[in-house]
Design a protein around this ligand. Sequence first.
Ligand code: HEM
Length: 522
Amino acid sequence: MQATNILMEYLVSHINLSDVAIALLGLFIFSCIIQKVTNKGPMLWPVMGIIPTVFFHFNHTYEWVTEALIKSGGTFYYRGMWMGNAYGIITADPSKLEYILKTRFRNFPKGKYYRDRFFDLLGDGIFNADGDTWKEQRRAATLEMHSSRFVEYSFQTIQELVHIKLLKLIEKLVISKESIDLQDVLLRFTFDNVCTAAFGVHPGCLSIDLPDVPFAKAFEQATELTLFRFTVPPFIWKAMKLFCFGSEKELKKAVGVVHKFAEKAVCNRRTECYKLGGLSDRSDLLSRLTELRETEDVNRPTKYKFSEKFLRDFCISFILAGRDTSSVALAWFFWLLSKNPQVEYKILNEINEILSHRKSKNEIMDVVLTIDELKQMEYLQAALSESLRLYPSVPLDLKEVQEDDFFPDGTMVKKGSRVLYSIYSMARIDGIWGKDCKEYRPERWIKDGKFVSENQFKYAVFNAGPRLCVGKRFAYLQMKMVAASVLLRYSVDVVKGQDVAPKLTTTLYMKNGLIVNFKPRE
Ligand code: HEM
Protein backbone atom coordinates (compact mmCIF):
# COMPACT_ATOMS: atom_id res chain seq x y z
CA MET A 1 0.00 0.00 0.00
CA GLN A 2 2.78 2.32 1.01
CA ALA A 3 4.72 1.41 -2.13
CA THR A 4 1.72 2.31 -4.30
CA ASN A 5 1.38 5.69 -2.58
CA ILE A 6 5.05 6.42 -3.13
CA LEU A 7 4.73 5.49 -6.81
CA MET A 8 1.65 7.70 -7.26
CA GLU A 9 3.38 10.63 -5.59
CA TYR A 10 6.40 10.15 -7.86
CA LEU A 11 4.25 10.03 -11.01
CA VAL A 12 2.21 13.10 -10.04
CA SER A 13 5.33 15.15 -9.27
CA HIS A 14 7.35 14.05 -12.36
CA ILE A 15 4.79 13.66 -15.15
CA ASN A 16 2.56 16.47 -16.25
CA LEU A 17 -0.61 16.34 -18.40
CA SER A 18 1.03 17.55 -21.61
CA ASP A 19 3.53 14.64 -21.43
CA VAL A 20 0.61 12.19 -21.25
CA ALA A 21 -1.13 13.87 -24.18
CA ILE A 22 2.05 13.75 -26.28
CA ALA A 23 2.59 10.08 -25.41
CA LEU A 24 -1.00 9.22 -26.38
CA LEU A 25 -0.69 11.16 -29.64
CA GLY A 26 2.56 9.31 -30.41
CA LEU A 27 0.89 5.98 -29.70
CA PHE A 28 -2.03 6.97 -31.91
CA ILE A 29 0.18 7.99 -34.87
CA PHE A 30 2.32 4.88 -34.43
CA SER A 31 -0.71 2.54 -34.50
CA CYS A 32 -2.13 4.43 -37.53
CA ILE A 33 1.12 3.88 -39.42
CA ILE A 34 1.28 0.21 -38.41
CA GLN A 35 -2.29 -0.39 -39.54
CA LYS A 36 -1.73 1.45 -42.86
CA VAL A 37 1.31 -0.71 -43.57
CA THR A 38 -0.30 -4.01 -42.53
CA ASN A 39 -3.89 -3.53 -43.68
CA LYS A 40 -5.10 -2.37 -47.10
CA GLY A 41 -8.59 -1.71 -45.78
CA PRO A 42 -10.23 1.22 -43.98
CA MET A 43 -8.67 2.90 -40.96
CA LEU A 44 -8.67 0.81 -37.77
CA TRP A 45 -8.54 3.28 -34.89
CA PRO A 46 -6.77 2.52 -31.64
CA VAL A 47 -9.25 1.15 -29.07
CA MET A 48 -12.33 1.73 -31.28
CA GLY A 49 -11.19 -0.32 -34.30
CA ILE A 50 -13.36 0.17 -37.38
CA ILE A 51 -16.34 1.59 -35.41
CA PRO A 52 -15.70 5.35 -35.95
CA THR A 53 -15.26 4.80 -39.71
CA VAL A 54 -18.48 2.78 -39.94
CA PHE A 55 -20.27 5.41 -37.89
CA PHE A 56 -19.02 8.15 -40.21
CA HIS A 57 -20.42 6.27 -43.25
CA PHE A 58 -23.59 5.08 -41.54
CA ASN A 59 -25.95 6.56 -44.14
CA HIS A 60 -24.35 4.71 -47.03
CA THR A 61 -22.68 1.73 -45.39
CA TYR A 62 -23.15 -0.71 -48.29
CA GLU A 63 -21.58 1.72 -50.78
CA TRP A 64 -18.74 2.50 -48.42
CA VAL A 65 -17.95 -1.22 -47.84
CA THR A 66 -17.98 -1.71 -51.62
CA GLU A 67 -15.52 1.17 -52.16
CA ALA A 68 -13.28 -0.17 -49.39
CA LEU A 69 -13.34 -3.66 -50.90
CA ILE A 70 -12.47 -2.33 -54.35
CA LYS A 71 -9.57 -0.27 -52.93
CA SER A 72 -8.23 -3.21 -50.94
CA GLY A 73 -8.35 -5.66 -53.86
CA GLY A 74 -11.36 -7.59 -52.58
CA THR A 75 -10.55 -8.39 -48.95
CA PHE A 76 -9.55 -6.46 -45.84
CA TYR A 77 -9.06 -7.10 -42.14
CA TYR A 78 -11.39 -5.44 -39.63
CA ARG A 79 -11.47 -5.14 -35.87
CA GLY A 80 -14.26 -3.96 -33.58
CA MET A 81 -13.92 -2.28 -30.23
CA TRP A 82 -11.06 -3.27 -27.91
CA MET A 83 -12.06 -6.32 -25.79
CA GLY A 84 -15.21 -6.75 -27.92
CA ASN A 85 -13.80 -9.91 -29.51
CA ALA A 86 -14.98 -8.88 -33.00
CA TYR A 87 -12.31 -9.25 -35.66
CA GLY A 88 -11.61 -11.04 -38.91
CA ILE A 89 -11.92 -10.26 -42.62
CA ILE A 90 -14.49 -8.74 -44.94
CA THR A 91 -14.36 -10.10 -48.46
CA ALA A 92 -16.04 -9.98 -51.86
CA ASP A 93 -13.69 -12.43 -53.50
CA PRO A 94 -15.51 -15.40 -55.16
CA SER A 95 -12.53 -17.72 -54.65
CA LYS A 96 -12.61 -16.98 -50.90
CA LEU A 97 -16.37 -17.65 -50.85
CA GLU A 98 -15.72 -21.02 -52.45
CA TYR A 99 -13.10 -21.77 -49.80
CA ILE A 100 -15.46 -20.78 -46.95
CA LEU A 101 -18.73 -22.21 -48.24
CA LYS A 102 -17.46 -25.40 -49.86
CA THR A 103 -13.77 -26.36 -49.64
CA ARG A 104 -13.43 -25.82 -45.88
CA PHE A 105 -17.16 -25.81 -45.10
CA ARG A 106 -16.70 -27.47 -41.68
CA ASN A 107 -14.18 -24.85 -40.57
CA PHE A 108 -16.61 -21.98 -41.26
CA PRO A 109 -19.90 -22.78 -39.48
CA LYS A 110 -22.55 -20.25 -38.45
CA GLY A 111 -20.92 -20.55 -35.04
CA LYS A 112 -21.51 -19.58 -31.46
CA TYR A 113 -21.68 -15.81 -32.06
CA TYR A 114 -24.70 -16.18 -34.33
CA ARG A 115 -26.26 -19.04 -32.41
CA ASP A 116 -26.09 -17.29 -28.99
CA ARG A 117 -28.02 -14.32 -30.33
CA PHE A 118 -30.65 -16.26 -32.29
CA PHE A 119 -31.12 -19.13 -29.85
CA ASP A 120 -34.13 -17.73 -27.98
CA LEU A 121 -36.12 -17.32 -31.18
CA LEU A 122 -34.84 -20.16 -33.35
CA GLY A 123 -33.64 -22.78 -30.88
CA ASP A 124 -31.98 -25.58 -32.86
CA GLY A 125 -33.83 -24.79 -36.10
CA ILE A 126 -32.02 -25.29 -39.43
CA PHE A 127 -31.17 -21.61 -39.81
CA ASN A 128 -29.37 -21.59 -36.48
CA ALA A 129 -27.83 -25.05 -36.45
CA ASP A 130 -24.45 -26.53 -37.38
CA GLY A 131 -23.04 -30.06 -37.51
CA ASP A 132 -25.33 -33.08 -37.20
CA THR A 133 -28.37 -31.10 -36.00
CA TRP A 134 -28.17 -29.03 -39.20
CA LYS A 135 -27.48 -32.04 -41.41
CA GLU A 136 -30.57 -33.95 -40.24
CA GLN A 137 -32.86 -30.97 -40.90
CA ARG A 138 -31.21 -30.19 -44.18
CA ARG A 139 -31.76 -33.76 -45.39
CA ALA A 140 -35.43 -33.70 -44.35
CA ALA A 141 -36.03 -30.25 -45.85
CA THR A 142 -34.38 -31.06 -49.17
CA LEU A 143 -36.22 -34.36 -49.52
CA GLU A 144 -39.63 -32.89 -48.76
CA MET A 145 -39.27 -29.58 -50.59
CA HIS A 146 -38.06 -31.17 -53.78
CA SER A 147 -40.79 -33.83 -53.80
CA SER A 148 -43.36 -33.41 -56.58
CA ARG A 149 -46.08 -33.48 -53.92
CA PHE A 150 -44.69 -30.40 -52.13
CA VAL A 151 -43.94 -28.57 -55.39
CA GLU A 152 -47.56 -29.05 -56.49
CA TYR A 153 -48.98 -28.11 -53.12
CA SER A 154 -46.81 -25.04 -52.68
CA PHE A 155 -47.59 -23.87 -56.20
CA GLN A 156 -51.29 -24.21 -55.45
CA THR A 157 -50.83 -22.06 -52.32
CA ILE A 158 -49.05 -19.41 -54.41
CA GLN A 159 -51.76 -19.48 -57.09
CA GLU A 160 -54.57 -19.14 -54.55
CA LEU A 161 -52.89 -16.36 -52.66
CA VAL A 162 -52.19 -14.40 -55.85
CA HIS A 163 -55.72 -14.73 -57.22
CA ILE A 164 -57.85 -14.71 -54.08
CA LYS A 165 -55.89 -12.11 -52.12
CA LEU A 166 -53.25 -10.13 -54.03
CA LEU A 167 -55.13 -9.40 -57.26
CA LYS A 168 -58.34 -8.69 -55.34
CA LEU A 169 -56.51 -6.13 -53.22
CA ILE A 170 -55.03 -4.48 -56.32
CA GLU A 171 -58.46 -4.37 -57.96
CA LYS A 172 -59.80 -2.55 -54.92
CA LEU A 173 -56.89 -0.07 -55.00
CA VAL A 174 -57.50 0.62 -58.69
CA ILE A 175 -61.16 1.39 -58.07
CA SER A 176 -60.45 3.64 -55.09
CA LYS A 177 -57.40 5.19 -56.88
CA GLU A 178 -55.36 4.72 -53.71
CA SER A 179 -51.56 4.52 -53.56
CA ILE A 180 -50.01 1.80 -51.44
CA ASP A 181 -46.68 0.68 -50.03
CA LEU A 182 -45.91 -2.23 -52.37
CA GLN A 183 -43.16 -3.56 -50.10
CA ASP A 184 -45.66 -3.91 -47.24
CA VAL A 185 -48.14 -5.73 -49.47
CA LEU A 186 -45.44 -8.13 -50.68
CA LEU A 187 -44.20 -8.77 -47.14
CA ARG A 188 -47.74 -9.75 -46.16
CA PHE A 189 -47.99 -11.97 -49.23
CA THR A 190 -44.81 -13.93 -48.52
CA PHE A 191 -45.55 -14.24 -44.81
CA ASP A 192 -48.92 -15.83 -45.55
CA ASN A 193 -47.37 -17.98 -48.24
CA VAL A 194 -44.46 -19.37 -46.24
CA CYS A 195 -46.73 -20.08 -43.23
CA THR A 196 -49.12 -22.02 -45.47
CA ALA A 197 -46.28 -23.97 -47.05
CA ALA A 198 -44.49 -24.68 -43.75
CA PHE A 199 -47.38 -25.04 -41.26
CA GLY A 200 -50.46 -25.44 -43.41
CA VAL A 201 -51.86 -22.45 -41.48
CA HIS A 202 -53.09 -19.17 -43.07
CA PRO A 203 -52.24 -16.17 -40.89
CA GLY A 204 -54.40 -13.82 -43.01
CA CYS A 205 -51.99 -10.86 -43.30
CA LEU A 206 -53.05 -10.12 -46.88
CA SER A 207 -56.76 -9.73 -46.21
CA ILE A 208 -58.29 -6.80 -48.05
CA ASP A 209 -58.25 -4.50 -44.98
CA LEU A 210 -54.54 -5.28 -44.33
CA PRO A 211 -55.02 -6.19 -40.66
CA ASP A 212 -52.42 -6.36 -37.90
CA VAL A 213 -51.95 -10.07 -37.27
CA PRO A 214 -50.54 -10.72 -33.76
CA PHE A 215 -48.41 -13.69 -34.86
CA ALA A 216 -46.91 -11.77 -37.81
CA LYS A 217 -46.35 -8.69 -35.65
CA ALA A 218 -44.68 -10.77 -32.93
CA PHE A 219 -42.49 -12.51 -35.51
CA GLU A 220 -41.32 -9.19 -36.93
CA GLN A 221 -40.64 -7.79 -33.46
CA ALA A 222 -38.82 -10.93 -32.33
CA THR A 223 -36.55 -10.76 -35.38
CA GLU A 224 -35.80 -7.05 -34.98
CA LEU A 225 -35.09 -7.35 -31.27
CA THR A 226 -32.86 -10.36 -31.87
CA LEU A 227 -30.91 -8.35 -34.45
CA PHE A 228 -30.48 -5.59 -31.86
CA ARG A 229 -28.31 -8.06 -29.91
CA PHE A 230 -25.76 -7.87 -32.75
CA THR A 231 -25.37 -4.12 -32.27
CA VAL A 232 -24.46 -4.03 -28.55
CA PRO A 233 -21.68 -5.74 -26.58
CA PRO A 234 -22.84 -9.15 -25.24
CA PHE A 235 -22.56 -8.19 -21.57
CA ILE A 236 -25.23 -5.51 -22.15
CA TRP A 237 -27.93 -7.68 -23.75
CA LYS A 238 -27.09 -10.60 -21.47
CA ALA A 239 -27.54 -8.39 -18.38
CA MET A 240 -30.79 -7.02 -19.82
CA LYS A 241 -31.96 -10.58 -20.40
CA LEU A 242 -31.01 -11.66 -16.90
CA PHE A 243 -32.98 -8.82 -15.31
CA CYS A 244 -35.68 -8.95 -17.99
CA PHE A 245 -35.84 -5.29 -18.94
CA GLY A 246 -35.80 -3.02 -22.01
CA SER A 247 -35.54 -4.72 -25.39
CA GLU A 248 -34.95 -8.13 -23.77
CA LYS A 249 -38.28 -7.90 -21.95
CA GLU A 250 -40.01 -7.11 -25.25
CA LEU A 251 -38.11 -9.90 -26.98
CA LYS A 252 -39.21 -12.45 -24.39
CA LYS A 253 -42.83 -11.41 -24.92
CA ALA A 254 -42.61 -11.56 -28.73
CA VAL A 255 -40.78 -14.91 -28.72
CA GLY A 256 -43.46 -16.22 -26.36
CA VAL A 257 -46.20 -15.35 -28.89
CA VAL A 258 -44.27 -16.92 -31.77
CA HIS A 259 -43.51 -20.12 -29.85
CA LYS A 260 -47.08 -20.46 -28.60
CA PHE A 261 -48.44 -20.18 -32.15
CA ALA A 262 -45.96 -22.72 -33.48
CA GLU A 263 -46.42 -25.13 -30.55
CA LYS A 264 -50.19 -25.05 -31.00
CA ALA A 265 -49.87 -25.84 -34.72
CA VAL A 266 -47.44 -28.70 -34.00
CA CYS A 267 -49.57 -30.10 -31.17
CA ASN A 268 -52.78 -29.98 -33.27
CA ARG A 269 -51.07 -31.74 -36.13
CA ARG A 270 -49.68 -34.48 -33.91
CA THR A 271 -53.12 -35.03 -32.34
CA GLU A 272 -54.66 -35.23 -35.81
CA CYS A 273 -51.99 -37.70 -36.83
CA TYR A 274 -52.69 -39.93 -33.78
CA LYS A 275 -56.44 -39.81 -34.37
CA LEU A 276 -56.36 -40.47 -38.12
CA GLY A 277 -53.34 -42.75 -38.12
CA GLY A 278 -51.60 -40.43 -40.63
CA LEU A 279 -51.81 -37.09 -42.45
CA SER A 280 -52.08 -38.25 -46.01
CA ASP A 281 -54.48 -35.40 -46.92
CA ARG A 282 -52.00 -32.71 -45.97
CA SER A 283 -48.94 -31.68 -47.98
CA ASP A 284 -47.41 -28.86 -45.91
CA LEU A 285 -43.90 -29.42 -44.51
CA LEU A 286 -45.05 -29.76 -40.92
CA SER A 287 -47.48 -32.56 -41.80
CA ARG A 288 -44.94 -34.39 -43.91
CA LEU A 289 -42.39 -34.35 -41.09
CA THR A 290 -44.93 -35.02 -38.30
CA GLU A 291 -45.92 -38.27 -39.95
CA LEU A 292 -42.41 -39.69 -40.30
CA ARG A 293 -41.55 -42.64 -38.10
CA GLU A 294 -38.11 -43.90 -37.13
CA THR A 295 -38.54 -46.89 -39.45
CA GLU A 296 -41.24 -47.01 -42.08
CA ASP A 297 -42.41 -50.59 -41.47
CA VAL A 298 -46.25 -50.63 -41.54
CA ASN A 299 -46.37 -53.93 -39.63
CA ARG A 300 -44.20 -52.63 -36.85
CA PRO A 301 -44.81 -48.92 -36.44
CA THR A 302 -42.06 -47.33 -34.36
CA LYS A 303 -42.15 -44.01 -32.58
CA TYR A 304 -42.28 -40.72 -34.47
CA LYS A 305 -38.99 -39.59 -35.94
CA PHE A 306 -39.12 -35.95 -34.88
CA SER A 307 -40.00 -34.50 -31.46
CA GLU A 308 -42.50 -31.63 -31.13
CA LYS A 309 -39.66 -29.29 -30.17
CA PHE A 310 -37.74 -30.26 -33.33
CA LEU A 311 -40.83 -29.58 -35.47
CA ARG A 312 -41.47 -26.23 -33.78
CA ASP A 313 -37.89 -25.04 -34.32
CA PHE A 314 -37.85 -26.32 -37.89
CA CYS A 315 -40.99 -24.41 -38.85
CA ILE A 316 -39.91 -21.16 -37.16
CA SER A 317 -36.58 -21.25 -39.01
CA PHE A 318 -38.43 -21.79 -42.24
CA ILE A 319 -40.62 -18.79 -41.71
CA LEU A 320 -37.60 -16.65 -40.87
CA ALA A 321 -35.74 -17.83 -43.98
CA GLY A 322 -38.66 -17.51 -46.37
CA ARG A 323 -40.71 -14.64 -45.01
CA ASP A 324 -39.02 -11.50 -46.26
CA THR A 325 -36.43 -12.60 -48.79
CA SER A 326 -38.64 -12.96 -51.85
CA SER A 327 -40.82 -9.96 -50.95
CA VAL A 328 -37.95 -7.51 -50.76
CA ALA A 329 -36.54 -9.03 -53.95
CA LEU A 330 -39.85 -8.32 -55.71
CA ALA A 331 -40.01 -4.77 -54.35
CA TRP A 332 -36.55 -3.99 -55.82
CA PHE A 333 -37.57 -5.73 -59.06
CA PHE A 334 -40.66 -3.56 -59.56
CA TRP A 335 -38.62 -0.45 -58.77
CA LEU A 336 -35.95 -1.42 -61.31
CA LEU A 337 -38.65 -2.03 -63.93
CA SER A 338 -39.98 1.48 -63.37
CA LYS A 339 -36.51 2.76 -64.29
CA ASN A 340 -36.02 0.33 -67.19
CA PRO A 341 -39.26 0.27 -69.24
CA GLN A 342 -37.51 -1.63 -72.06
CA VAL A 343 -37.12 -4.61 -69.69
CA GLU A 344 -40.80 -4.48 -68.72
CA TYR A 345 -41.69 -4.41 -72.42
CA LYS A 346 -39.65 -7.56 -73.08
CA ILE A 347 -41.20 -9.36 -70.10
CA LEU A 348 -44.69 -8.54 -71.37
CA ASN A 349 -43.79 -9.76 -74.85
CA GLU A 350 -42.55 -13.01 -73.39
CA ILE A 351 -45.71 -13.56 -71.29
CA ASN A 352 -47.98 -12.78 -74.25
CA GLU A 353 -45.99 -15.04 -76.54
CA ILE A 354 -46.31 -17.94 -74.07
CA LEU A 355 -50.04 -17.30 -73.59
CA SER A 356 -50.57 -17.24 -77.37
CA HIS A 357 -49.93 -21.03 -77.37
CA ARG A 358 -52.99 -21.70 -75.22
CA LYS A 359 -55.75 -23.62 -76.96
CA SER A 360 -58.58 -21.70 -75.30
CA LYS A 361 -58.19 -17.96 -74.96
CA ASN A 362 -59.13 -16.19 -71.71
CA GLU A 363 -59.80 -12.57 -70.93
CA ILE A 364 -56.60 -11.17 -69.38
CA MET A 365 -58.29 -10.78 -66.01
CA ASP A 366 -59.16 -14.51 -66.02
CA VAL A 367 -55.72 -15.85 -66.89
CA VAL A 368 -54.32 -18.20 -64.23
CA LEU A 369 -50.72 -18.99 -65.08
CA THR A 370 -49.58 -22.60 -64.84
CA ILE A 371 -46.34 -23.95 -63.48
CA ASP A 372 -45.23 -24.96 -67.02
CA GLU A 373 -45.91 -21.50 -68.41
CA LEU A 374 -43.88 -19.94 -65.59
CA LYS A 375 -41.01 -22.33 -66.28
CA GLN A 376 -40.96 -21.16 -69.90
CA MET A 377 -40.49 -17.51 -68.83
CA GLU A 378 -36.72 -17.38 -69.28
CA TYR A 379 -36.43 -13.63 -69.71
CA LEU A 380 -38.47 -13.04 -66.56
CA GLN A 381 -36.15 -15.44 -64.73
CA ALA A 382 -33.20 -13.39 -66.02
CA ALA A 383 -34.82 -10.10 -65.00
CA LEU A 384 -35.45 -11.40 -61.46
CA SER A 385 -31.95 -12.87 -61.15
CA GLU A 386 -30.48 -9.58 -62.33
CA SER A 387 -32.43 -7.52 -59.81
CA LEU A 388 -31.36 -9.94 -57.06
CA ARG A 389 -27.76 -9.55 -58.24
CA LEU A 390 -27.91 -5.78 -57.71
CA TYR A 391 -30.17 -5.92 -54.65
CA PRO A 392 -29.53 -9.27 -52.92
CA SER A 393 -32.10 -9.99 -50.19
CA VAL A 394 -29.24 -11.01 -47.88
CA PRO A 395 -26.65 -8.30 -48.62
CA LEU A 396 -24.00 -9.41 -46.14
CA ASP A 397 -23.47 -12.77 -44.49
CA LEU A 398 -21.00 -14.12 -41.97
CA LYS A 399 -19.35 -17.30 -40.77
CA GLU A 400 -17.21 -18.05 -37.74
CA VAL A 401 -13.68 -19.47 -37.98
CA GLN A 402 -13.42 -22.77 -36.09
CA GLU A 403 -9.62 -23.26 -36.33
CA ASP A 404 -6.79 -21.01 -37.62
CA ASP A 405 -6.88 -21.16 -41.41
CA PHE A 406 -5.04 -19.88 -44.49
CA PHE A 407 -6.82 -19.05 -47.75
CA PRO A 408 -5.04 -20.22 -50.92
CA ASP A 409 -3.72 -16.64 -51.45
CA GLY A 410 -2.10 -16.66 -47.98
CA THR A 411 -4.72 -14.55 -46.14
CA MET A 412 -4.77 -15.78 -42.56
CA VAL A 413 -7.83 -16.01 -40.29
CA LYS A 414 -7.62 -16.84 -36.63
CA LYS A 415 -9.77 -19.25 -34.65
CA GLY A 416 -12.77 -17.39 -33.19
CA SER A 417 -12.62 -14.58 -35.77
CA ARG A 418 -15.42 -13.93 -38.24
CA VAL A 419 -15.50 -13.86 -42.00
CA LEU A 420 -18.00 -11.43 -43.49
CA TYR A 421 -18.83 -11.56 -47.20
CA SER A 422 -20.57 -8.73 -48.96
CA ILE A 423 -22.85 -10.09 -51.67
CA TYR A 424 -24.08 -6.54 -52.34
CA SER A 425 -20.53 -5.41 -53.12
CA MET A 426 -19.74 -8.36 -55.39
CA ALA A 427 -22.34 -7.15 -57.90
CA ARG A 428 -20.58 -3.79 -58.13
CA ILE A 429 -17.03 -4.96 -58.80
CA ASP A 430 -15.84 -4.75 -62.45
CA GLY A 431 -13.45 -7.66 -61.98
CA ILE A 432 -16.37 -9.95 -61.12
CA TRP A 433 -19.25 -8.80 -63.35
CA GLY A 434 -17.55 -6.65 -66.01
CA LYS A 435 -17.50 -2.93 -66.78
CA ASP A 436 -21.29 -2.72 -66.98
CA CYS A 437 -21.70 -4.35 -63.53
CA LYS A 438 -23.74 -1.47 -62.11
CA GLU A 439 -26.29 -1.59 -64.92
CA TYR A 440 -29.56 -3.52 -64.72
CA ARG A 441 -29.11 -5.80 -67.72
CA PRO A 442 -31.09 -9.09 -67.70
CA GLU A 443 -29.47 -9.92 -71.05
CA ARG A 444 -26.27 -10.89 -69.23
CA TRP A 445 -28.12 -14.06 -68.13
CA ILE A 446 -29.35 -15.07 -71.58
CA LYS A 447 -27.28 -17.22 -73.99
CA ASP A 448 -28.85 -18.38 -77.28
CA GLY A 449 -32.27 -17.31 -76.04
CA LYS A 450 -32.04 -19.41 -72.88
CA PHE A 451 -31.45 -18.48 -69.25
CA VAL A 452 -28.02 -19.66 -68.10
CA SER A 453 -27.27 -19.72 -64.38
CA GLU A 454 -23.99 -18.41 -62.97
CA ASN A 455 -21.28 -19.89 -60.79
CA GLN A 456 -22.66 -20.09 -57.20
CA PHE A 457 -19.64 -18.40 -55.68
CA LYS A 458 -19.79 -15.44 -58.05
CA TYR A 459 -23.56 -15.18 -57.57
CA ALA A 460 -23.93 -16.03 -53.88
CA VAL A 461 -27.39 -14.46 -53.58
CA PHE A 462 -28.85 -17.82 -52.50
CA ASN A 463 -25.69 -18.71 -50.59
CA ALA A 464 -23.60 -21.56 -52.04
CA GLY A 465 -22.17 -25.01 -51.32
CA PRO A 466 -23.88 -27.40 -48.87
CA ARG A 467 -25.91 -24.55 -47.32
CA LEU A 468 -27.36 -23.29 -50.59
CA CYS A 469 -30.87 -21.93 -49.95
CA VAL A 470 -33.35 -24.85 -49.89
CA GLY A 471 -36.17 -22.50 -50.81
CA LYS A 472 -34.57 -21.30 -54.07
CA ARG A 473 -36.94 -23.10 -56.48
CA PHE A 474 -39.95 -22.20 -54.38
CA ALA A 475 -38.80 -18.56 -54.29
CA TYR A 476 -38.44 -18.35 -58.09
CA LEU A 477 -41.90 -19.85 -58.63
CA GLN A 478 -43.36 -17.43 -56.12
CA MET A 479 -41.61 -14.38 -57.59
CA LYS A 480 -42.42 -15.33 -61.19
CA MET A 481 -46.07 -15.94 -60.38
CA VAL A 482 -46.45 -12.59 -58.63
CA ALA A 483 -44.47 -10.63 -61.23
CA ALA A 484 -46.16 -12.18 -64.28
CA SER A 485 -49.71 -12.12 -62.86
CA VAL A 486 -49.42 -8.46 -61.83
CA LEU A 487 -47.57 -7.19 -64.93
CA LEU A 488 -49.98 -8.92 -67.28
CA ARG A 489 -52.87 -6.93 -65.80
CA TYR A 490 -51.38 -3.72 -64.41
CA SER A 491 -48.60 -1.24 -64.83
CA VAL A 492 -46.98 -0.49 -61.49
CA ASP A 493 -46.34 3.27 -61.32
CA VAL A 494 -43.79 4.26 -58.69
CA VAL A 495 -44.82 7.55 -57.08
CA LYS A 496 -42.25 10.23 -57.98
CA GLY A 497 -40.03 11.99 -55.46
CA GLN A 498 -39.70 9.25 -52.85
CA ASP A 499 -36.36 8.31 -51.38
CA VAL A 500 -35.81 4.66 -52.35
CA ALA A 501 -32.84 3.41 -50.35
CA PRO A 502 -31.77 0.23 -48.56
CA LYS A 503 -32.20 -0.16 -44.82
CA LEU A 504 -29.12 -1.21 -42.86
CA THR A 505 -30.08 -4.63 -41.55
CA THR A 506 -29.61 -8.30 -42.40
CA THR A 507 -32.35 -8.22 -45.07
CA LEU A 508 -32.24 -5.61 -47.81
CA TYR A 509 -35.55 -3.84 -47.08
CA MET A 510 -36.30 -0.49 -48.68
CA LYS A 511 -36.03 1.77 -45.69
CA ASN A 512 -39.05 3.91 -46.64
CA GLY A 513 -41.01 1.23 -48.52
CA LEU A 514 -42.14 1.73 -52.13
CA ILE A 515 -45.29 3.75 -52.76
CA VAL A 516 -46.99 2.83 -56.03
CA ASN A 517 -50.21 3.19 -58.02
CA PHE A 518 -51.62 0.37 -60.12
CA LYS A 519 -53.05 1.16 -63.56
CA PRO A 520 -54.95 -1.47 -65.57
CA ARG A 521 -53.29 -2.29 -68.89
CA GLU A 522 -55.07 -0.91 -71.94
C1 HEM B 1 -35.37 -14.40 -53.14
C2 HEM B 1 -35.58 -15.26 -52.18
C3 HEM B 1 -34.54 -15.88 -51.30
C4 HEM B 1 -33.22 -15.57 -51.15
C5 HEM B 1 -32.43 -14.48 -51.84
C6 HEM B 1 -32.68 -16.49 -50.18
C7 HEM B 1 -31.36 -16.49 -49.75
C8 HEM B 1 -30.85 -17.36 -48.79
C9 HEM B 1 -29.52 -17.29 -48.25
C10 HEM B 1 -28.47 -16.24 -48.61
C11 HEM B 1 -29.40 -18.30 -47.36
C12 HEM B 1 -28.17 -18.60 -46.49
C13 HEM B 1 -28.29 -17.90 -45.17
C14 HEM B 1 -27.19 -18.28 -44.24
O1 HEM B 1 -26.86 -19.45 -44.10
O2 HEM B 1 -26.66 -17.37 -43.60
C15 HEM B 1 -30.63 -19.03 -47.34
C16 HEM B 1 -30.87 -20.13 -46.58
C17 HEM B 1 -32.10 -20.72 -46.45
N1 HEM B 1 -33.24 -20.40 -47.14
FE1 HEM B 1 -33.43 -18.97 -48.54
N2 HEM B 1 -33.67 -17.33 -49.76
C18 HEM B 1 -34.82 -16.99 -50.42
C19 HEM B 1 -36.06 -17.57 -50.26
C20 HEM B 1 -36.34 -18.63 -49.44
C21 HEM B 1 -37.64 -19.20 -49.25
C22 HEM B 1 -38.90 -18.72 -49.94
C23 HEM B 1 -37.49 -20.22 -48.34
C24 HEM B 1 -38.52 -21.15 -47.77
C25 HEM B 1 -39.65 -21.43 -48.27
C26 HEM B 1 -36.10 -20.27 -47.97
C27 HEM B 1 -35.56 -21.17 -47.09
C28 HEM B 1 -34.24 -21.20 -46.69
C29 HEM B 1 -33.74 -22.10 -45.67
C30 HEM B 1 -34.52 -23.14 -44.89
C31 HEM B 1 -32.38 -21.80 -45.53
C32 HEM B 1 -31.37 -22.47 -44.59
C33 HEM B 1 -30.57 -23.48 -45.37
C34 HEM B 1 -29.47 -24.10 -44.56
O3 HEM B 1 -28.95 -23.48 -43.64
O4 HEM B 1 -29.11 -25.23 -44.89
N3 HEM B 1 -35.43 -19.30 -48.66
N4 HEM B 1 -31.52 -18.44 -48.23
